[in-house]
Design a binder for this molecule. Structure first.
Ligand code: JFZ
Length: 460
């Protein structure tokens, strides 16, 4: 091979390695490329190992509390008697900023109790919490020295719920995270969106004159810096990246990695960056190529809407949690507290029921990985591997009338088979095509009953 061909081959190989992410990553997440420019550009690029390490606790956690709380909750997404339909009230009713700011002047959630909210999450079996620090209305629900449009400065309440919840979560051993609306901010004149479809065109109609980079520099970067330096959140949950450029996404991620390399960032930081993917209100069929999370409302609407009584059922929520875990994902279940700072009673009862189920059956969800044998019409399977042996948890949603379950395709020798809730033995034996399990007539739990099968060796 001529000298020239060798040089071309060497360059091509280098380019392949670079874009394939084989750049050497150090333990602190920085990347050794030798070239300063390359290093700056690659700041956001973590190897799979670095991301996996960062996500370790998160993948084990499986279940978190999402909280949508803001000025829209003041009158249950109503404004001057008009139905704003959701936390998008300001845009749905095209409320002028000068009018919307008056809501802040009345916002006084005297019933807010951070310890109570953290206790609800704990009792529900939730391992992390993510709350809206700034939603699309641009109002900061935290003390933001860089921007006076915040809950401490603009409300008679003058408290910082993000600070209080962060402290309350620490006491309960729950990881704390913050949601931040990245590409929609109806308070900042420069935050634009595609054709103005998602931005404030009623106060700022000249969409074509808006410059996102000004908003990004003046509000996003200072507030993300404040959120990390003031509260050190375990997660920053970005939403609606809209028109953010790849350079801005990577610059923002580089800023976060510099301030706290352990802070998990979801992929709504934009441009396919971030540590995990988000599925909104839906559960994928399975086989996702990366870590992922389904976020879902406990009723119909994210924020508190005073006419939203479309509560989901406890069994559907438990089934969703198990279905998600059986596919290797996390479940971020949302509550929308009222303007007084109260999580409504139906949410509390549903969370309590989920927590009671998890107290008995949590072993089938936490620290598990996805099913090696797909799903069943009667339920789902999750897996744990310890010391070279496999435990399979079969969460049975529909208890079989004939008292039998058949699990195809497993040839491993059976070590033990029990009902998780009681520890009582159930008969399980190998057949030519898989494992047959004989069950008692009555299910152990009306929401879902778990059969725990331990086998020797690994079930792939
Ligand atoms: C966004 C917000 O607009 C909404 O208010 C809420 O905060 C939710 C969690 O996030 O809603 C979205 C965002 C993305 C999609 C759909 C709804 N999407 O990608 O389909």
């Amino acid at each position: 091979m001529s000298q020239l061909l060798k040089i071309i081959a060497f360059i091509l190989c280098g380019i392949f390695l670079y874009f394939a992410g084989y750049a050497q990553v150090n333990a602190d997440g920085t990347i050794d490329t030798g070239d300063k420019f390359e290093k700056a550009k690659l700041e956001y690029l973590d190897s799979a190992e670095v991301v996996a390490k960062r996500l370790e606790w998160w993948n084990d956690a499986r279940f978190g509390m999402f909280i949508h709380w803001g000025l829209y909750a003041q009158d249950g997404c109503f404004w001057k008697g008009q139905d704003g339909r959701s936390e998008h009230m300001m845009r749905n009713l095209q409320i002028p900023i000068a009018e919307y700011e008056k809501i802040a002047a009345k916002f006084n959630p005297e019933k807010f109790d951070a310890d109570e909210w953290a206790q609800f999450a704990k009792d529900a079996g939730m391992k992390y919490m993510v709350i809206t620090s700034k939603h699309h209305d641009g109002f900061a629900m935290f003390n933001s020295p860089s921007n006076d449009y915040n809950i401490v400065k603009q409300t008679p309440w003058k408290r910082d719920p993000i600070k209080e919840l962060n402290e309350a979560c620490k006491k309960q051993g729950i990881k704390f995270g913050v949601y931040y609306s990245l590409g929609r901010d109806w308070h900042h004149p420069q935050c634009n969106s595609n054709g103005g479809r998602r931005s404030n065109v009623w106060d700022f109609p000249e969409e074509e004159k808006k410059d996102y980079s000004i908003y990004f520099k003046e509000k996003v970067k200072p507030q993300i810096t404040e959120l990390i330096t003031q509260y050190k959140p375990a997660i920053i949950w970005f939403d609606t990246p809209e028109l953010i450029t790849k350079e801005q996404s990577s610059e923002l991620l580089g800023l976060i990695r510099k301030l706290d390399p352990n802070c998990i960032v979801n992929q709504r930081v934009g441009n396919k960056l971030g540590d995990y993917a988000v599925r909104e209100q839906k559960i994928p069929k399975g086989g996702e190529p990366q870590s992922w999370e389904t976020c879902m409302t406990i009723s119909e609407i994210w924020g508190y809407h005073k006419e939203d009584h479309a509560w989901k059922s406890a069994d559907s929520l438990v089934h969703s949690l198990v279905d998600i875990a059986s596919k290797g994902g996390n479940f971020l279940l949302n509550v929308g507290p009222t303007g007084e700072g109260v999580i409504r009673q139906p949410s509390v009862e549903l969370l309590k029921e989920m927590g009671e189920w998890l107290k008995v059956n949590g072993e089938a969800v936490y620290e598990t990985t996805s099913s090696p044998i797909g799903k069943f019409d009667w339920g789902r399977c999750t897996k744990k591997v310890e010391n070279g042996n496999t435990t399979l948890y079969f969460s049975v949603f529909n208890w079989p009338e004939n008292g039998e379950l058949f699990i195809p395709g497993i040839k491993n020798e059976i070590k033990n088979s029990t009902l998780l809730a009681t520890g009582t033995q159930v008969k399980a034996f190998a057949t030519d095509n898989g494992i047959k399990i004989e069950l008692p007539n009555v299910a152990a739990n009306k929401l879902a009953s778990v059969v725990k099968i331990q086998v020797y060796g690994i079930v792939k």
